[in-house]
Ligand binder design. Sequence first.
Ligand code: MF3
Ligand code: CO
Length: 282
Amino acid sequence: MITLKSEREFSKMAVAGRCVGSVLDAVRAAAVPGKTLLELDKMAGEIIAAHGCTPSFLGYQPSPHQVPYPGHLCLSVNDVIVHGIPSAYRLREGDILSVDAGAIFEGFHGDAAFTMPIGEVAPEAARLIAATAAGMWAGIAAVRSGNRLGDIGAAVQKVGEGQGLGIVREYVGHGIGRSMHEEPQVSNLGTEGRGLRIKNGMALCIEPMFNLGGWETSVDADGWTVRTADGSLSAHFEHTVILSKDGPQVTTVANGPVPTSTFALTGPLRYHSQPVSGTLLT
Ligand code: MF3
Ligand code: CO
């Protein structure tokens, strides 16, 4: 069942989203060579609490056979696609780091992610990051009342395929609200004009995961860490988008919510108004 949110509920999602945006900004600034993933996770926990929010991820247990998730953030390095558990690993120059955060305010969630280079990275890694950000923005631009879910998938797919990247299929975007994961599933592949119609009151997380190699994935023995099956690098970008009476808006920015049209004006390679380095192949 798809739940439609009221304006009052959207205002709670806006508070959660601003918290998530602040967490991501802080982690982006702190993620330098030598930092451990646990240090970043601790900082995230403090910022979430300072916003009067609670973490979405800590203790999250999608099924009873799975270990409850043990962090505030997912921190996914290099070939880890998503759900990397914060560890004592020290970031190294040349790594790429995906940071995913979620927060709850008065029962409503925000969820967002980005991938960043640690110091100088290989040109291929920078291109992967830029392409994944562009894929997310293309998907976000398709989140409009009257469009269909296939329009989002098609827009994301076009960017990924245009860059010759592997588009992850087994993990997808999702509805969001009182639960972090609600219906519908939002695939990163699709056909224009197909699928469920998008309408006001919906809230969707748009989150492409692109790989330098193939799309296939594998999960570590810890039950969480998702890697590329071929060991290639992976990037992930995500925002929470609400369809309120004021049109589509991104909630997960520190000063949000922000109309998605604002982002369209600044171009697809910007994230949180910060340029993403890397050149797309045209
Ligand atoms: N943010 C992720 C998503 O978009 C979920 C994180 S899984 C958790 O689906 F276990 F860490 F919560
Ligand atoms: Co998500």
